[in-house]
Design a binder for this molecule. Structure first.
Ligand code: OAD
Length: 248
């Protein structure tokens, strides 16, 4: 790791990142739950994160879906309802704007909120799916969000359980999203990783595939195996707002 900036020194780190972005021809962004906390969506492993209150394997796994649907349904209905009225913050908008200006090629995200697209980003790879779209666990037919919330059966095959299109523990990541993210990251000359503890495989392996510079923006240091060229320890929204000013 070459440089880490926090507190008072953060501006210098942001200016360095702006310079990296001006020089790069192929910048890709990888985001995690820390990107969404300033839109009031809890992350997973911080003090107020989901997995501090419950064990993921008891609510967000294939086993729970199959063996304890009421609990699975309760957890995901609660998360879906929490998204009502949630909006992208300035940081999401900055990323969308940088894509429009040709300074970002794509965003690979672990977030299921859909906030990057809502902010206007077009090239978004949702590695862990999208919580607002629903399908049948058996026949894969798509269904309405309200059908899931009402605990209806699948209208195509009649019987089976509806579920959000999210990756559960014990499932593979969506092939297309993973393939595109891997390809873009392998071709990048700058990867900017934002708001993730990099604790979850296989996404935590993606930064190691980047052949160019890798930068972390996170409100705490991570113990990732990745050798970051630059670390900016700060809040995603604040850092991205400042970055956008440094790029004008
Ligand atoms: P985590 O909760 O593991 O990590 C979020 C990181 O973002 C932590 O290091 C926080 O300190 C940091 N953070 C929080 N708010 C921030 C802010 N405003 N600005 C900057 N950093 C901030 O979330 P992920 O790494 O995204 O998977 O978790 C990965 C996966 O684990 C999730 O997609 C989910 C979970 O189990 C599945 O459900 C499959």
């Amino acid at each position: 790791m070459k440089a880490s900036y926090s507190g008072q020194g953060i501006k210098e780190g942001i200016e360095t990142l702006a310079l990296f972005m001006k020089e790069a021809t192929n910048t890709v962004v990888l985001t995690g739950a820390g990107m969404d906390t300033e839109s009031n969506i809890p992350d997973f492993r911080s003090k107020s994160g989901w997995w501090r209150k419950m064990d993921p394997s008891t609510v967000a796994s294939v086993t729970t879906l199959q063996q304890n649907y009421p609990l699975f349904h309760e957890f995901y209905s609660m998360r879906i309802k929490m998204l009502a009225g949630v909006k992208p913050h300035k940081g999401h908008h900055v990323l969308a704007d940088l894509e429009r200006k040709g300074l970002i090629k794509s965003i690979a995200t672990q977030n299921v909120s859909g906030l990057h697209r809502q902010a206007g980003s077009k090239s978004v790879y949702e590695l862990h799916g999208n919580i607002k779209t629903i399908r049948c666990n058996q026949c894969n037919s798509s269904a309405e969000l309200q059908d899931f919330l009402d605990r209806r059966n699948c209208s195509a095959c009649g019987q089976n359980l509806l579920r959000p299109n999210v990756v559960l523990f014990g499932e593979f990541l969506p092939k297309d999203a993973w393939g595109s993210a891997e390809r873009d990251i392998r071709q990048s000359d700058l990867l900017v990783v934002i708001g993730t503890s990099l604790k979850v495989s296989p996404v935590n392996e993606l930064p190691m595939l980047a052949p160019g510079k890798v930068v972390l923006i996170n409100n705490e240091d991570t113990s990732s195996a990745c050798k970051f060229d630059l670390k900016i320890i700060g809040k995603a929204k604040e850092v991205l707002e400042e970055l956008s000013l440094s790029l004008t």
